[in-house]
Design a binder for this molecule. Structure first.
Ligand SMILES: Nc1ncnc2c1ncn2[C@@H]1O[C@H](COP(=O)(O)OP(=O)(O)OP(=O)(O)O)[C@@H](O)[C@H]1O
Ligand SMILES: [Mg+2]
Length: 510
């Protein structure tokens, strides 16, 4: 028998217009953490989906524990003790944690030896034990709808462990987590490995690979570039192999030239559904030519500020002025017209129509205007022409150009599409919420460049990010939020990373 618990030999997978995996061969050793690195659309999720039983390869062979297999379904993968934690969770929100975990493998008992029923109580107990033994504590009776993202991810992991997976695939598990949650998850992953499990980890964050992975495969446009020993390879080398050029981790930026005031927020207060104040008396202004970044730990009110300005959430106190005009009670469309672009945090719920094609999605905010339509009639040709232009300009990669259904695009390329559409609106105010989440390092560099370019064109920019590095890199002015209140507003130059960190934790305030 070979050294490898998983072997993929000469795997090719095609989708309409694209070769997602092109003759890829890799071997994964039992008990290692094997990372997969590559640009958005390089084919990482596709390759792993073939182990998870979502797709079958067009060519090539898969061996598990030395035996040749055809993995025909996720259930079949589970029988081979392979489990996948997906990039986009697949949980039923009305069901409890237990119901989600046992879905498809319900423990059936017979009442009076005759009538079958699902033994929920027993399942609850078993899941509680399981969750404790792996350090992933949950309350099994809670509904998915009431859980935050990190808890939902725990459920996905438990689901895989419940099915006794010993080959675990994580597809960008840290993209949706806060820095503290990431630390926790990486420890869990190391623990799983030390317990003898084999881990495959897809991530865009090189420092995570450096921290936990043993080996790392690099994919580029569907092809395997190299398999690296992580200990002896520098982060810069990984970046270079992946993008095919040198990557700069620091954004280049001329000094800001501030113009007239574009946005003014005065005494803004926002309440959540339970009537609890999540934004408390927040005031700030952003001028043209200024990048104003809000730094903070997740869930401290920063997203609610962005939503209130864009009109997605109701304001319970205070006023919002755009270009001197009070827009506090305007509709979303009126705000867009008045000059707000918005890149939302949750691109699947708010950013895109997944079942529409790329051309339509790129025109989504302008379709009712010239030249996209005239006298109420849509001009299809214009959709396609300007769509193609944006695909080139923003390097959006997809199988069939403007005709690609957005659902089939890779996560990072969906994000690039939203950014392209919103920048093209040329609004005086641009709001970016977590613009580089799930985006590869080459594309991060480009997005930062674009944000700075828009600033230099005189736009006012509100940047909300959980990545302190990103904020220190791009911002001109920083507002630090803690518990719904701005603790400090100051120029980027006057603050150190440490200080910002202290304000973020509420350890320091004005
Ligand atoms: N079901 C599908 N139908 C058509 N094309 C697809 C499908 N799934 C993936 N693709 C295409 O295959 C290519 C590889 O996509 P994949 O999702 O594997 O990339 P990825 O490396 O995981 O990228 P990301 O880092 O952005 O998640 C992309 O061009 C994508 O558009
Ligand atoms: Mg992916």
């Amino acid at each position: 028998m070979s050294d490898y618990i998983v072997e993929m030999k000469h795997i090719t997978k095609r989708f309409p217009g694209i070769v997602a995996n092109d003759d890829v061969s890799i071997g994964i050793k039992k008990g290692e953490i094997f990372a997969l690195l590559g640009e958005n659309g390089a084919g990482k999720s596709t390759l792993m989906s073939m182990l998870g039983g979502m797709y079958e390869p067009d060519e090539g062979e898969i061996y598990i524990r030395g035996e040749k297999v055809t993995i025909s379904s996720p259930n079949h993968a589970a029988k081979l003790n392979i489990g996948m934690v997906h990039q986009h969770f697949k949980l039923v929100s009305d069901y409890t944690i237990t119901e989600n975990i046992i879905l498809g493998v319900e423990p059936i008992r017979k009442f009076a030896g005759l009538f079958p029923y699902v033994d929920i109580r027993n399942a609850n107990r078993k899941i509680e034990e399981l969750s404790k033994s792996f350090g992933l504590e949950v309350d099994p009776t809670k509904k998915i709808a009431d859980l935050n993202v990190s808890m939902q991810q725990r459920v996905e992991i438990l689901k895989v462990l419940y099915r006794e997976a010993d080959i675990l695939i994580f597809d960008e598990p840290t993209a949706v987590l806060t820095p503290q949650e990431i630390e926790f998850l990486l420890e869990i992953i190391k623990g799983l490995r030390d317990g003898g499990k084999t881990i495959i980890l897809i991530t865009h964050k090189l420092d995570e690979i450096k921290k936990v992975a043993d080996r790392c495969a690099v994919l580029n446009k569907g092809k395997l570039v190299d398999v690296l020993d992580v200990k002896t390879t520098s982060v810069n080398r990984m970046a270079q192999l992946m993008v095919g050029r040198e990557v700069s981790f620091e954004a280049e930026k001329a000094p800001a030239e501030f113009k007239e005031e574009v946005l003014k927020v005065e005494h803004l207060t926002v309440k959540n559904e339970d009537g609890f104040e999540v934004v408390k008396d927040v005031s700030f202004t952003i001028r043209g030519g200024e990048i104003f970044a809000i730094a903070g730990v997740a869930d401290n009110g920063q997203v609610e500020i962005a939503d209130a300005i864009a009109g997605l959430t109701k304001v319970s106190g205070g006023t919002i002025f755009l270009g001197g005009k009070d827009i506090t009670n305007e509709t979303i469309r009126n705000r867009t017209e008045a000059g707000i672009s918005y890149i939302p945090e949750d691109r699947h719920s708010f950013g895109l129509f997944l079942d529409f094609d790329l051309a339509t999605n790129l025109a989504l905010k302008q379709y009712y205007r010239e030249p996209y339509s005239s006298k109420g009639i849509l001009n299809k040709e214009e959709f396609e022409q300007s769509g193609s232009r944006l695909i080139d300009k923003y390097d959006i990669r997809s199988g069939q150009g403007v005709k690609t259904q957005v659902r089939s695009m890779s996560g990072g390329n969906q994000q690039k599409a939203i950014i392209a559409r919103e920048i093209e609106l040329q609004s005086p105010l641009m709001i970016f919420v977590q613009p580089t989440r799930g985006v590869d390092i080459g594309a991060i560099e480009n997005i930062h460049k674009m944000i700075i370019e828009e600033r230099d064109r005189g736009k006012a920019i509100l940047l909300i990010s959980l990545e302190l590095d990103e904020i220190m890199n791009v911002a001109d002015t920083i507002g630090v939020i803690y518990n719904g209140q701005l603790q400090k507003i100051a120029s980027r130059e006057s603050l150190t990373t440490n200080e910002v960190g202290e304000y973020m934790m509420g350890a320091k305030h004005e």
